[in-house]
Ligand binder design. Structure first.
Ligand SMILES: C[S@@+](CC[C@H](N)C(=O)[O-])C[C@H]1O[C@@H](n2cnc3c(N)ncnc32)[C@H](O)[C@@H]1O
Length: 239
């Protein structure tokens, strides 16, 4: 092969590589745009549906981000309307407290919401008062070291009624390794047979490891990965 032929071959290969890279980048970009569009549609649809359901008297905090995503909030409303739990407990208050509180009130049930942070506690209290959700008990349970974890103060959560639905959305994952693990050992004896346990953020490694450890502790716990944003996990205590 002459030098000229070699140069032409190399140039053709170079152009082909550039074209293939461009096509690949365009494909990835279009997939991401499509995913963004689908998420925006999901968000709009569920927030509108929730607003219609709640008929809030004051502006509510945004769904998503630190709050539960709107598709999980809708799922929980449907779950409560279908199963009519008597007592629900949530770890980590905020928008979810208003949504779960309203749904529980509609079915004649009550909600206990556990909050560690005084600022968020005060914000949630304002929302509950404005919405007239007198079926919600908001408990301040500061994060306290215990058994190698940092979790809600046990003494603040005494004498709770049996639980039909447990939503685990706190403490924040950076609190300590497997920050949400203590929820099941603490609440296990209070959970009724067949009780539902919802773990948000189960697309994260820490929450996946926590769920795996719960199932190792209790092999008969059933597990469903909900096809929702952030892949929340739904577990059931055997009945
Ligand atoms: C995941 S959040 C709980 C959110 C709640 N379940 C909701 O749907 O609104 C867990 C804890 O993080 C704290 N928190 C809430 N919003 C926060 C924010 N924007 N920045 C930092 N911490 C926040 C609160 O103490 C809350 O209990």
């Amino acid at each position: 092969m002459t030098t000229t032929q070699l140069l032409i071959t190399l140039s053709v290969c170079g152009v082909a590589v550039i074209l293939l890279t461009l096509v690949g980048a365009l494909y990835v970009h279009s997939r991401l745009r499509r995913r963004e569009y689908e998420l925006a549609c999901m968000y709009a649809w569920h927030t509108t549906a929730l607003h219609h359901y709640l008929q809030p008297k004051v502006p509510l905090p945004e769904a998503g981000g630190w709050a539960l995503s709107p598709d999980l909030l809708s799922f929980l409303v449907r779950h409560i309307e279908a199963e009519r739990p008597r007592h629900a407990v949530e770890l980590g208050s905020g928008l979810s407290t208003v949504v779960l509180g309203r749904a529980m009130k509609n079915v004649g049930g009550c909600l206990t919401s556990i909050e560690a942070d005084t600022e968020y506690l005060a914000r949630t209290r304002v929302l509950l008062d404005a919405e007239g959700l007198d079926n919600v008990t908001l408990i301040h349970a500061p994060i306290t070291p215990r058994d190698g974890f940092r979790w809600y103060d046990h003494d603040a959560m005494k004498e709770l009624a049996p639980i039909d639905l447990l939503l685990v959305d706190g403490p924040p994952t950076l609190t300590c390794p497997l920050a949400r693990y203590p929820a099941l050992p603490f609440f296990w004896s209070l959970l009724r047979e067949g009780a539902a346990i919802v773990m948000d953020d189960a697309d994260r490694r820490s929450e996946q490891q926590t769920v795996a450890r719960w199932r190792k502790d209790h092999p008969k716990l059933s597990l469903t990965h909900l096809p929702l944003y952030r892949s929340p996990a739904l577990l059931r205590k055997p009945g």
